[in-house]
Design a protein around this ligand. Structure first.
Ligand code: BG6
Length: 485
């Protein structure tokens, strides 16, 4: 839907050159004054790293874990670029103590990991598997003993295969309900030690890549109405889970989503473009953050979806917009540069030139301003008081130099620029409380297998040896000085 919407708007940008030059220069001057940054991040700013269960744990058949849709998908011929699976991955299930030391060595005080639903409920529902939860018990104890605050994500895409087989996964609201039961169970058992819980990682990607484009598990390409229905069930799952965490978590347990919102940036920082960008952000995130934070689908979305709109009740919308304590944002790239337009929507999305730079992954365009505008818009549009950057990071070639070290200067360049923009945001009072770098270590990067590396630590997947890259030293320095270095 969004791609088609984007294309529609690309067609309407012809008038962009009508933007007044005088307006631009006056605004540039204002923007310049905003750019004189104080030197550091707020006191108590939380620095962390992030991983997810399926990407690092391995041990897929151990201690009663059930199969997930990603096990099935990775074992299907032709789905993973390098024909690998995550059966072993980083063997984190057995090496978690060593990995906690890697976090500690960075000086990071927080760690975002995910809990594998099929470890806890191998069949998705029904009887819990106590050994599955035991692993997270051990991990939490280890983190806390090392002074690292745990942040748990309940769903980072590893749906129990049984739910796919029984209900078609998120095609059914039965999966949303099962998710809530699992969420409540985890909150009841682990919230004595984990106080911050994210419901779903990246609703947007799991729906469109998993059920629309068919490139992620479960590999489906549904027609528009069914796809919008999946989107609705995922948002509903988030809301039901948020309620369950509140109902079953101990006092002080906090909950929110971790979303890869569609990031819109004013092409030039004029008041008109900034306003147009806010409108675009609200519309282009209609199915997730907007409905979660407003309790309704936008008129623009409903008009565009027409007969393909999801079927829902007023009660659903109430559930989806259940109170949350913070918003997590995964920010990697600029999705759109926006200008104001004299059209029905009020904005136009500019086409990207073919020379626009990207990191090793083709999709990972380099647009550091994303890290300023996205949290600023979320705070402003929806009056959000607490934001975490739940993921940000980059793939790089990471070839060892002659001396064996990894001088990942391109990753450092990327991080330095994004963090500079984050600092711009916090210095203006945008309420970003912490930042989780993706990723602690190289891992199974979904359909790229082990071909793409995002880690601060290089992992040799034959020996499981972890070696810090230069970016690990960079990040340690940032953390220690609480400023961009
Ligand atoms: C984020 C995911 O979208 O992007 C991570 O939350 C993922 O799990 C990261 O590893 C990089 O994406 P990819 O597709 O290159 O593995």
């Amino acid at each position: 839907m969004f791609n088609r919407l984007s294309r529609r708007h690309f067609a309407r940008i012809a008038g962009w050159s009508a933007l007044g030059l005088s307006t631009i220069s006056a605004e540039s001057a204002q923007a310049d004054s905003r750019r004189s940054l104080p030197s550091g991040f707020p006191r108590n700013f939380l620095w962390g790293t992030a991983t997810s269960a399926y990407q690092i744990e391995g041990a897929v058949n151990e201690d009663g874990r059930g199969p997930s849709i990603w096990d099935r998908f990775a074992h299907t011929d032709g789905k993973i670029g390098d024909h690998s699976t995550a059966d072993v991955a980083n063997d984190h299930y057995h090496r978690y103590k060593e990995d906690v030391q890697l976090i500690k060595a960075l000086g990071a005080k927080a760690y975002r990991f995910s809990i594998a639903w099929p470890r806890v409920f191998p069949e998705g529902t029904g009887s819990p598997n106590p050994k599955g939860l035991d692993f997270y018990d051990r991990l939490l104890d280890e983190l806390l003993a090392n002074g690292i605050e745990p942040f748990a994500t309940l769903y980072h895409w590893d749906l129990p295969q049984a739910l796919q087989d029984r209900f078609g996964g998120w095609m059914s609201r039965d999966t949303s309900k099962a998710f809530a039961d699992y969420a409540g169970y985890v909150a009841a058992h682990l919230s004595d030690r984990v106080k911050k819980i994210f419901t779903i990682n990246e609703c947007h990607r799991l729906v469109y890549s998993g059920y629309g484009a068919g490139i992620d598990a479960p590999g489906l390409s549904l027609p528009p109405q069914e796809l919008n229905q999946v989107m609705h069930h995922v948002a509903l799952g988030h809301g039901l889970a948020a309620q369950a965490v509140r109902a079953h978590g101990r006092t002080g347990t906090r909950v929110g989503p971790a979303e890869n919102l569609v990031v819109c940036i004013p092409a030039i920082e004029t008041p008109a473009n900034i306003r147009a960008t806010e409108i675009a952000t609200r519309e282009l995130n209609a199915g997730y953050l907007t409905v979660i934070l407003e309790g309704k689908y936008t008129d623009g979305f409903l008009a565009y979806a027409g007969k393909n709109a999801p079927k829902y009740t007023a009660e659903d919308l109430k559930v989806i917009s259940s109170p949350i304590d913070f918003v997590g944002l995964n920010i990697y790239l600029p999705h759109h540069y926006v200008v104001a337009a004299d059209n029905k929507s009020g904005f136009s999305l500019l086409p990207f030139p073919s020379t626009f730079p990207h990191m090793e992954s083709d999709w990972l365009k380099i647009g550091p301003e994303a890290m300023y505008w996205a949290p600023r818009q979320v705070a402003k549009l929806w009056n959000v008081k607490s934001i975490y950057i739940t993921e940000n990071g980059a793939s790089a070639s990471d070839q060892p130099a002659a001396d064996g070290n990894i001088y990942d200067l391109d990753r450092i360049m990327y991080l330095r620029n994004y963090l500079t923009q984050l600092q711009r945001a916090t210095s203006e009072g945008v309420p970003v409380r912490g930042y989780f770098l993706w990723s602690l270590m190289d891992n199974f990067e979904w359909t790229d297998g082990f071909e793409k590396r995002f880690g601060l630590y290089r992992v040799d997947f034959k020996t499981q040896r972890r070696t810090p890259k230069l970016s690990a030293s960079f990040y340690r320095e940032v953390i220690e000085r609480n400023k961009v270095v």
